[in-house]
Ligand binder design. Sequence first.
Ligand code: ADP
Length: 688
Amino acid sequence: MNKQRQAEIDLLMRDREALAALIEQHDMVLNAIHAMPQMFYVVKNDKLLFCNRHLAEFYDLPEGVTAAGTPWSAMMEAILSTHLSDTDLSIEEMKAEVIRKIHDNGRFRRSWALEDGRHLVIEAMDCGNDTIIVTYTDVTALKNAQKKAEASERAKAAFLANMSHEIRTPMNGVMGMAELLCATDLTDTQSVYASTILKSGEALLTIINDILDFSKIDAGQMKLHPAPFSIAEAIEDVAVLISSRVSDKNLELAVRIQPDLPAMFVGDAGRLRQILTNLMGNAAKFTDEGHILAALSGEPCEEGYKLTFKIEDTGIGIPEDKCASIFEKFNQADDSATRKHEGTGLGLAITASLVNLMGGEIGVESKQGEGSTFWFTVTLPVHEGEEKPAAAPVDVSGARIAVIDDNDVNRKILNEQLTGWGYECVLYENGHEGLSGLREQVAAGTTPDLLILDYHMPGMTGADVATLLRADPAFKTLPIVMLTSVDEASGNSFLSLGVNAHLTKPARSSLLFDTIIRVLQKSASAKTEEEEPAGDAPAPQPAAAPKTETTPEEPASSGGLDVLVAEDNEVNRLVLTHILKETGVSFKIAVNGREALAMYAEHAPAIILMDISMPDMNGFDAARTIREAEAESGQHTPIIAITAHALKDDKDKCFAAGMDDYISKPISAARLKDRVIHWMRAAAEDAA
Ligand code: ADP
């Protein structure tokens, strides 16, 4: 009996101990719940079961409300009396909404901005047994931090756009004026000074572009603008750009494109060119002899084509231990103070970020002393649109070009450049003046063939002008080239404004020239296509091709080199290259009189186009030397002078030096073609 009683007592004692432990645990949990930074309450069967102290204190709830058994709606009402609701729902509707959301999604969640500036997140969950837990989390600090971060992002973007504008505007003045200066008659010393300003400007611009691009990537502001583009053109354009650097060294530059690749893809061609320019530029910089090969291959995949670009060089190579870190910012394989090659060390970091942005991969294989192969992949959709055959070049010389730019220096530079290239130029100082001026031109029957439009102008921006022009039927197809000093930080896509091309300032004159020709040619051939099928009436000449009647017939090719050009100025060389390419003759260009003599001896050209003022040996001396050499052989190669000033004195001097003809600058395409054809025929007849 005693034994049984003892057992009962033991059991009771154990139960008591278990109960005490349970109570202790319960108190602990309760204390923890009260101490929680979150506020919460529990309702069961539409009645309050429990509410933590933090909630009671936050809303200053009276004891009657926080006691178990209070109806849920009374609890809600007490809360809303402290902080006004930001909805129009009644208490019952709110409850119904919470229950419906829990039923549909397993939980209810919404954020609540209080009128004192604080932010709460309210969540409600079903815990079974008709029990719902409602939590209130104060996220004010988090929200404030987020707002601050967003404001700082916005400030960073605005600063970048601003800096870009503030830096590019004076750079445009420096580079543009230096380019114009180089194209004038200078003494040898002046010419060295002016081209040094230009070269230093170029070097500075590369650094500025790198830093601005890098900051843009760092701030997450770099965006891609995909559009259809020709992949071969993109690579070849870069190869042409690099070729001038390569030709100074003992280097071969080759491009290989897998022949069965589609011609057109959709991607950001500008950024792709930037990647290629950097990799091929590095290859040219770090290679002194051998070759540089840019190879493109690809294989079809679900999204289009996975393209692999490989840039192989036979240069100095990269030590194995540096290959991995070479894509990190500020990293250079040779970081010693005595290093031979200049650079910021940002190029590859930018390149890698751009490849990443395009969803591709980048890498390098290299052996020190033997060379490097940089590769990257990108997957691009194929452009399905029909592939247009390249339009036959249209003569766009003498076109009328309007300029709207608020900056005095810019207008001066553009005016000089455009008239120098033989274009007729009309200048406007702001959007309003430009719009009314353009309308007057249309009324007078002298609609411009192209508009160069500055983006950043006070009052009416370039974007506003473009939008207004595109809305006007008279200017729907007017080709527009936009010049910008602000990168597209605002996310504005210039193409969506209907502009045909956009260039970032300072735009090198060669690039501006190429762009103008490209846009004019495109617009002129589009007009011809439109007008041809019209039939009956004789088709009017495209506005940009006023001189088609002078388009020469095929020149009689000599079989050997047709034309030797001697010209020291880069821009003029470009102009001449364009015109001669259109004419279809073979030609080579010497950069001074002495080089012209050597090339004359080597290639025996049919005719020579000779600039007069050149460093080292001028055109007069070169012509005289050629005539002296010919005196023995009895040959006579026609020499056509290209003179900066069409003064009588100059012409006389040309003939006195033994030249046969002259063309004055600015070079008119029609006149040049006409003279080239004329003298090539004469040379052919002479030889027969
Ligand atoms: P930068 O050329 O301005 O210094 P990059 O980021 O373009 O900066 O290149 C970083 C470094 O990588 C270079 O300084 C050079 O040491 C190395 N490098 C890049 N390309 C090549 C290459 N083709 N051959 C050898 N070294 C290279």
